[in-house]
Write a protein that binds this ligand. Structure first.
Ligand SMILES: NC(=O)c1ccc[n+]([C@@H]2O[C@H](COP(=O)([O-])OP(=O)(O)OC[C@H]3O[C@@H](n4cnc5c(N)ncnc54)[C@H](O)[C@@H]3O)[C@@H](O)[C@H]2O)c1
Length: 355
């Protein structure tokens, strides 16, 4: 088992990574929660595969368990679904002493986390992430949110869980496209902070290879995210490094109305494009973009910009909620594992992004 501790000024919490931990989860939860009532918030896919086993395991440790299951997919991160979740929490008689478990991918984690942050002015919650993206990224760091019709994650908070329990075996049922989607973020971590991880990814040739070392991969990513969050909880500085590839990535997602490309696919293109350009400008070591491309191709991720007018992408970049009024913080790398933030005036941003 790998164990990490996220240490923040107001709160610390453990991240446990262990194959099969889900089968003994009641035992683990007893260590951090000594009341009885738990509500699991999940989505229909995860509920169908794992819902009953989780609920039965918790009951066998004396917990009273209810489940709220929402439709799978991004549309569930909405105010309508959130209202429905609040109503079900009320119906179940949840009080501030009780516990929510977010059991699912990033959608469930963000939705359940935001419900926990706001219901009765905040009740405790635990993350049991089930997608690769959630296991390496969204379950850690306390960002919780829902979307508005005018943009993603526009209503949210920083609200940390009591604990994060990661079972890599759950990924065996994750559809391949979502596995690769998560791999884009794994590649991102290696590019910004961990050359050794990058080299290990290069040695993977089959899905079996990947699953053989998935625990170590998840641990490396969680460790990087934990380190960054501890230094910069509210994204005023270093946490922005996690946005490597996301400037173009978000713009692509938006330009295609969140339908053409998954988040990971859009970030994959974003990473390759920015590095190819920074390499040509002499900022990044020669050959870096080619080695990133090799990895992206291996994990069936795209790397080339879709055929679309640059101005549409630029407009989306300039409207991004993370951009400051006159400038944009771009994440660049000198070489694999060495990243930095560069503030660029908006009118010069295209020079750094597009060839
Ligand atoms: N809070 C953060 O810091 C943060 C960071 C990155 C992304 N996010 C958010 O995460 C969301 C994307 O998360 P995601 O990619 O996990 O999507 P998701 O939650 O929609 O999960 C992807 C799909 O996989 C299914 N699934 C999940 N686990 C499974 C399993 N073990 N077996 C079978 N099916 C499974 C889900 O039902 C869903 O259909 C976005 O809303 C994004 O904004 C949040």
């Amino acid at each position: 088992m790998y164990k990490l501790e996220v240490k923040l000024p107001q709160k610390s919490y453990p991240i446990l990574i262990k194959r099969g931990i889900i089968n003994d989860i009641g035992n683990e939860i007893k260590k951090v929660f000594n009341n009885k009532r738990i509500i699991i918030i999940t989505d229909h896919n995860v509920q169908r595969i794992y819902g009953e086993a989780l609920s039965e395991n918790l009951k066998s440790y004396g917990f009273e368990v209810n489940t709220i299951s929402v439709e799978a997919g991004e549309n569930s991160k909405s105010l309508d679904v959130l209202t429905d979740v609040y109503n079900q929490l009320l119906d179940a008689g949840m009080t501030r002493k009780d516990m929510i478990i977010a059991f699912g991918g990033g959608v469930v984690g963000d939705l359940a986390g935001f419900a926990a942050a706001t219901f009765l002015r905040g009740i405790r919650y635990i993350q049991i992430p089930t997608s690769l993206l959630a296991q390496i990224d969204s379950s850690i760091g306390g960002k919780v949110a829902v979307n508005l019709s005018r943009g993603k994650n526009l209503v949210g908070n920083f609200y940390h869980p009591e604990a994060v329990y990661i079972d890599p075996d759950l990924l065996k049922t994750l559809p391949e496209r979502f596995l690769h989607d998560g791999m884009a973020e794994v590649i991102k971590y290696s590019c910004i902070k961990d050359k050794e991880l990058f080299n290990r990814l290069r040695e993977i040739n089959t899905e079996l290879d990947l699953f053989t070392i998935i625990n170590e991969i998840i641990y490396s990513c969680c460790n990087i995210k934990k380190g960054i969050v501890e230094k910069d909880e509210k994204e005023a500085g270093e946490r922005m490094l996690l946005n490597f590839g996301h400037t173009i990535g978000h713009a692509i997602e938006k330009a295609f109305n969140y339908e053409g490309y998954t988040h990971g696919e859009a970030v994959a293109i974003g990473m390759y494009c920015i590095v190819r350009k920074s390499e040509s400008m002499g900022i990044t070591k020669e050959g870096t973009s080619d080695s990133i491309k090799e990895l992206l191709v291996k994990f069936k991720l795209p790397f080339e910009l879709p055929k679309i007018d640059f101005n549409i992408l630029l407009e989306a970049i300039n409207l991004d909620k993370k951009s400051e009024s006159e400038s944009i913080n771009l994440v660049l790398i000198n070489e694999i594992g060495e990243s930095f933030i560069k503030k660029i005036e908006k009118e010069k941003v295209a020079q750094y992004l597009f060839s």
